[in-house]
Design a protein around this ligand. Structure first.
Ligand SMILES: Cc1cc2nc3c(=O)[nH]c(=O)nc-3n(C[C@H](O)[C@H](O)[C@H](O)COP(=O)(O)OP(=O)(O)OC[C@H]3O[C@@H](n4cnc5c(N)ncnc54)[C@H](O)[C@@H]3O)c2cc1C
Length: 262
């Protein structure tokens, strides 16, 4: 039966360094002992990819380079400042967002550059138990909640009725026909229904999406989700995301940075 949900964010993957490969490269370029003080592979990879451009692993490795930034934090800060954003495209972060609506997923997929997407298929998945998250403007209004709940229940009932009418659970029903009917039935499902999407992005993309989608002009649900994303990445990759300031608006965090759209 219809149930209430809260959008959730899971960080399920991140880029890792292949130690033998990196050691091999550092030996090749003449700095076998080079080390980074980055706390994560993701931030270290960005530093390596940036430093290889000028061979700026240590002073004098490239005779034109007399000084180098020593710390990963300073190195990444400078990359952001000079907007050498292509360097931070190298790693990838893999997220799964669950109990998010199709309103959210449609807004999310508008961000094309640097992303990969896998969305729960409503051609295949039966909508016999609709999850629903209520935006504040609805949640705080008793009458509006009543209308939302009534409508969701009704639409869920229609899904069950159609499934019965088409005998979707009959053993004899061929799989391809089930798929065609299930796909047709979703047309009368609400776009507020809870679903799942896998979303991978490189940190350059992620920084841009954080900016745009935690902004007070963005929709409440996507602000809620990217506020959670920002909280995860700011803690996990401190050097890469330390330039953000948080301002709370309408109970949600707005992540702002002087290094806009790196
Ligand atoms: C508050 C808000 C309201 C919105 N309202 C609407 C609306 O009413 N209707 C609507 O259709 N959309 C709307 N959108 C979506 C918006 O128009 C963008 O499609 C979405 O935010 C994706 O951002 P992006 O264009 O930066 O693309 P991304 O895919 O995130 O790309 C990042 C950057 O890469 C560059 N880039 C990407 N693709 C190309 C390309 N093909 N050519 C050149 N450069 C490229 C651009 O610099 C771009 O900013 C809204 C978004 C927000 C945040």
């Amino acid at each position: 039966m219809m149930h209430k949900v809260e959008p959730k964010v899971f960080l399920v993957g991140e880029t890792k360094i292949v130690k033998e490969g990196l050691n091999g490269f550092l030996k090749h370029v003449g700095v076998p002992k080079w080390k980074s003080d980055a706390s994560t592979d993701l931030e270290k990879i960005i530093e390596v990819m940036g430093r290889l451009c000028y061979r700026s692993f240590e002073p004098g490795l490239n005779k034109n380079v007399k000084k180098v930034r020593e710390h990963n934090k300073d190195y990444l800060e400078n990359i952001k400042k000079v907007k050498h954003g292509s360097v931070i495209e190298h790693p990838v972060l893999n997220f799964i967002f669950t109990d998010v609506s199709r309103v959210f997923t449609h807004e999310l997929v508008r961000h094309r550059a640097g992303t990969a997407i896998s969305q729960e298929s409503l051609r295949f998945v039966r909508l016999d138990d609709l999850g629903q998250w209520l935006p504040t403007v609805i949640y705080e209004d008793e009458k509006a909640v009543e209308i939302f709940v009534k409508t969701f229940k009704h639409l869920e009932k229609l899904q069950l009725e159609l499934a019965e009418y088409f005998k979707l659970d009959d053993e004899a029903m061929p799989f391809h026909k089930k798929k065609v009917i299930t796909s047709a039935m979703r047309r009368i499902a609400p776009i507020g229904l809870a679903t799942t999407i896998g979303w991978s992005a490189n940190p350059r993309t992620l920084r841009w999406v954080l900016e745009m989608r935690t902004d007070p002009n963005a929709e409440e649900e996507i602000r809620l989700v990217f506020g959670k994303v920002a909280d995860i990445v700011a803690k996990r990759y401190p050097n890469l995301f330390c330039d953000y300031e948080i301002e709370m608006t309408d109970g949600l965090p707005w992540y702002k940075t002087k290094n806009s759209k790196v």
